[in-house]
Design a binder for this molecule. Sequence first.
Ligand SMILES: [Zn+2]
Length: 147
Amino acid sequence: MSGVLVLNADLGPLHRVSLRHAIRMLLRQVAVVHEADHDRAIGAYPKPTVVRLVHYVVTRWRHSRGPAWSRSGVHARDGHRCGYCGRPAYTIDHIVPRSRGGLNTWLNTVAACGVCNQRKADRTPAEAGMTLRIVPSAPTWYSLAPR
Ligand SMILES: [Zn+2]
């Protein structure tokens, strides 16, 4: 097996690094030798096969895909304003209408006032001659958080 296994401070295996990288970690004292191959030497030292981090690193960082689509989320993202005219919005418009297979996704929905929603009806904005004043995007948790 090539490389050196890096263990977290709690002995949980993290990943493999090159021997060169492992030695750099040892020299920087961010890791200590946990297991070594005593039959092989690097200079005066046995060749490390497993090193252990001195300080625990948090690896279970929650890689969230962001908030799931919701009507209230669309309104929050768009500031409760109509994506077409900017007036207060109380409905959700599907840019590609649901009747044409448009889905409940962040990119296909905008907050809309009743007037614009009715006017657009089962058409795309281009067909209805309407222009979106915003570019719909998928929000982050942070951007949806109340201010
Ligand atoms: Zn409107």
